[in-house]
Design a protein around this ligand. Structure first.
Ligand code: DLZ
Length: 215
C-alpha cells in the first residue's frame, strides 16, 4: 500500500552553493549511519553545496551529539572571526616575535619547515545531527532518545543555527535498516539521510534570508 507519509517538496528551489554545512554523526550502528551520512551528502551536493563546504565530524554515540553540535557551531564562528593576519601571526616562521609583513614586490623567502595555513571560513549555516538508536531490553533507549531530542532542539534555539534532527529511534534493527534504505525486498525503505540533506539546505537558506531581515 502506498503511504502518505514524508515531506512534500517546497514550492521554492534552494541553492546550496553559498552554504557551509556540518554533519555530526554518531558511530553506533555503523552500517545504518554510513548509509544515512552518504544520503545526506548526496543531496547536499545535488543542491549545489561545495565539497569543501561539507564538514564531517564523528562522536562515539548519539548521546554525544548535542554537545558536539554546539561546539562545532562555536568553533566555526571562531574560524570565521580569525583573519588571515591572525592565522599568519600564529605561525612560527622562525623569525622575530612579530610577524613580518611581506610587500607585493618582495619575494618571500622559502619556508624552512612545512606550514599549513587555513584560510578563514564562514560559520556553519546548518548542522545535521545523525544517530541511530535501536531499542534494547532496558530503559536506555527511552532516556537517550528523549534527552538527545530535547538537547538538539535547545542547541538550535540557543545558537540560532538550524540543527537538522537526523536521529533514528527504531524499535528494531529492521526498522533502522529500512529508514536508511537498506531493508530487503519490498521493505527496502527510503534513505532518510537524503531528506536531511534537503532540509539542511532549505533551513540554511531561510536562516540566511531571515538574518538579513527578509521574510
Ligand atoms: C550505550 C549505547 C547504547 C546501548 N545504544 C546506543 C545506540 O543504539 N545508539 C547510539 O547512538 N548510541 C548508543 N549507546 C552509546 C551512547 O549514545 C553514548 O555514546 C554512551 O553512553 C557514552 O556516553
Amino acid at each position: 500500500m502506498s503511504s502518505i507519509k514524508g515531506p512534500s517538496a517546497s514550492d521554492a528551489q534552494f541553492d546550496g552553493a553559498g552554504l557551509r554545512i556540518a554533519i555530526v554523526h554518531a558511530r553506533w550502528n555503523k552500517q545504518v549511519i554510513d548509509a544515512l551520512v552518504d544520503g545526506a551528502i548526496t543531496k547536499l551536493k545535488a543542491c549545489g553545496v561545495k565539497d569543501s563546504h561539507i564538514v564531517i565530524q564523528s562522536v562515539p554515540g548519539s548521546f554525544e551529539l548535542p554537545l558536539a553540535c554546539s561546539k562545532v557551531i562555536a568553533a566555526s564562528r571562531v574560524e570565521a572571526g580569525a583573519t588571515t593576519a591572525d592565522l599568519l601571526g600564529g605561525l612560527n616562521l622562525g623569525g622575530s616575535a612579530s610577524p613580518k609583513v611581506i610587500s607585493r614586490s618582495e619575494t618571500p623567502a622559502p619556508a624552512t619547515q612545512s606550514m599549513i595555513v587555513t584560510m578563514p571560513q564562514q560559520p556553519f549555516d546548518a548542522v545535521i545531527a545523525i544517530g541511530t538508536l535501536i531499542k534494547g531490553s532496558t530503559m536506555h533507549f527511552e532516556y537517550i532518545s528523549d534527552a538527545v531530542t530535547h538537547a538538539l532542539m535547545k542547541v538550535q534555539l540557543e545558537t540560532g543555527v538550524p540543527v537538522i534532527f537526523g536521529v533514528l529511534t527504531a524499535l528494531t534493527e529492521e526498522q533502522a535498516l529500512e529508514r536508511a534504505g537498506l531493508g530487503t525486498g519490498e521493505n527496502k525503505g527510503h534513505n532518510h539521510g537524503e531528506d536531511w540533506g534537503f532540509a539542511a539546505v532549505e533551513m540554511g537558506s531561510h536562516s540566511r534570508r531571515w538574518a538579513e531581515g527578509k521574510v
